[in-house]
Design a protein around this ligand. Structure first.
Ligand SMILES: [Zn+2]
Length: 54
């Protein structure tokens, strides 16, 4: 069975804008979870919009 992302620390899982997979909140994103749209750095690099955010 595939692991199901769960709400962590009160934050619900999000869906990656690139690979469409749900991903869980992570401690490193605690400051800007609202602006996180990708599950990983690799997906962020693949996003055509990634160049806007340095
Ligand atoms: Zn992704």
């Amino acid at each position: 069975m595939a692991p199901v992302p769960r709400t962590k620390n009160g934050f619900e899982p999000k869906e990656c804008a690139v690979c469409q997979r749900p991903f869980e909140w992570r401690k490193k994103w605690a400051r800007d979870w609202e602006s996180v749209k990708y599950c990983s750095q690799a997906c962020r690099d693949r996003s055509p919009k990634s160049r806007k955010v340095s």
